[in-house]
Design a protein around this ligand. Structure first.
Ligand code: 3AL
Length: 173
């Protein structure tokens, strides 16, 4: 899909296509549509990220709370979004043993209790061992730093999803 195609989309089509660039936050795509035309993919990505950066902390935490746990109950129940399912599969989180799943569930619960939002990590840049390691490490970080790190991961996830939609090299997005 090229940028002319993106710029020609009406509101409904744009939100259908880009509504899950930021997990379960179609409002962001709805707001970005108003900024068209976009000069290129980089410009499109910048608008998604500028919206996130402009939110108050409560809104940024809200975005994090829209993310399902990694290897959590939604994965078990089969209720993840298609994108999240693919990402969690790519990191090997769909084939964890019972012990590993339990350990991740405990760490996820500790993280949520400490920060008030779920642990977010771009799973496609990771694997099952790195997810637990990173979760244990970030659990010890100061809250303000952790909010910044988590939003950085949301942006990595969004970049990869945009790259998939536009079939571009994520490094150039
Ligand atoms: N909790 C969390 O990080 N979830 C996200 N990560 C990812 O790569 N896809 C997701 O849904």
């Amino acid at each position: 899909m090229d940028i002319e195609k993106v710029n020609s989309m009406d509101f409904g089509e744009f939100v259908d296509v880009f509504g899950n660039v930021i997990e379960r936050c179609p409002l962001i795509a709805a707001a970005v549509w108003s900024q068209r035309p976009f000069s290129d993919l980089e410009d499109l990505k910048k608008h998604f990220f500028a919206f996130i950066d402009a939110l108050p902390q409560s809104g940024q935490e809200g975005i994090l709370r829209c993310h399902p746990d990694l290897a959590g109950s939604e994965l078990r129940r089969g209720t993840l979004t298609a994108e999240s399912q693919r990402e969690q599969s790519a990191a090997g989180l769909t084939s964890l043993g019972a012990d590993e799943r339990l350990r991740l569930a405990e760490l996820n619960a500790q993280y949520r209790a400490r920060f008030g939002f779920p642990f977010v990590l771009a799973a496609r840049f990771s694997d099952r061992a790195a997810v637990s390691r990173e979760l244990a490490r970030r659990l010890l970080c100061p809250s303000a730093q952790e909010l910044r790190t988590a939003l950085g991961e949301v942006k990595k996830i969004g970049s990869l999803r945009l790259a998939d939609l536009l079939r571009a090299d994520p490094a150039k997005l």
